[in-house]
Design a protein around this ligand. Sequence first.
Ligand code: SAJ
Length: 438
Amino acid sequence: MDNAKELITKLQKKEAHVAVLGLGYVGLPLAVVFAESGFKVTGIDPIQEKVDAINQGKSYVLDISDAQVKKLVDSGSLSATTDFSALKEIDAVSICVPTPLRKTGDPDLSYILSVADSLQQYLHPGMVIVLESTTYPGTTRELILAKLCEKSGLEVGKDFFLAFSPERVDPGRTDWTTINTPKVIGGITPACLEVAKTWYQQSLQRVVPVSSAEVAEMAKLLENTFRMINIGMVNEMAIMCDRLGVDIWEVIEAAATKPFGFMKFMPGPGLGGHCIPIDPLYLSWKLKTLNYSARFIELASEINTAMPRFTVSKIQDALNKHKKPLNGASVLVLGAAYKADIDDLRESPSLDIIHLLGEKGAEVSYHDPFIPSLNHEEVRMESVKDLDAAVRTADCVVIVTNHSSYNYPKILKEAKLIVDTRNALGTHGQTIEKVVRL
Ligand code: SAJ
């Protein structure tokens, strides 16, 4: 029997030994889903604390409970290690490592290259590898495949099988999770797709095969570029409405009554997170190497990046109206996380706003129920302990992240002046002297 047929049979019988490389907010839920569906799973991560937590039956990821991990570890379905030599015994590998940007704005593929080097040492006939990390079209073929074929003498599609399947994890979401979110998957060869698709179909509710790894890589970038550009467009609308003296929030609510052909996006203080601001730049970078400028992406990125500074100008103008210079004013920033009701600071516009306010001489404090302290580049602060007192005493309260735990009617009543970058107070369409909206 050829390698593909043999591996497919092992996968269908759940006799294949699975590994997940990278046990973060994508890898750990995926490892749990594979294990809960009956595979023996080995999680591999270089961070000893993560490995220890899992082996002790503990979760460090929002979407997975300790009980889920403990049950799988106790039954022997799930274990973790920092030792990549475990790959010797492995039949199926999912790669879920970070793909950040360098300071220069170029893709940082160091994590992918590092795991590809490790994989290369342990690659054997009858192995399937699926890359999940978001990256530019061509990475699976040009980088991973090249590395795996370099010294192994093994043939892709015959001896081993390689595919790409973009992660679609939205931490904290409970309606769409790893197991029920449709999963796009594309192979380097038709046999690669057949094997990889069969594997994922054993554990995930809906697998969507496409004709190549590049189609799967590009689908993910379209998803997130669509979002980034639409947010950039509505942010520019907010800037235009500011010039026109028109309430952008009321405009959006009115436009959103259109039952077709419109999708609501909201302006904000900037674009945070580790996906939306970053993934599209992988695409524009790749196109630059092909002498093409992805103008929509560049423009949207420019507008989104300018929103923290636009927000600070609104704060300055609001204080100015109350004859208070920003320099020396006490400004309380509500919310540090990049979006409501999570504890993730990555690329958070709050950090830029706090930094800019400090540069202009404001006495800045912040509060965030999910983030007790900030220790980020030049920003080192503790979340204020007495929120009510801070709201009452600040010269200006800025709502940057609209966590649902805030008591907005109380803030509206007690604050002297509020800049609301999220329309969290819901006062759109109303003129309230002490409320300024984006
Ligand atoms: N944002 C706006 N206006 C909007 C929507 C978002 O300013 O109308 C801002 C947010 O405040 C945040 C940033 O954009 O700073 C990103 O927000 P997001 O809602 O896109 O949240 P993310 O970054 O967690 O995006 C994830 C993505 N999921 C994956 O990449 C797998 C994205 O594709 C999802 O669409 C999104 O979650 C979601 O829908 O929640």
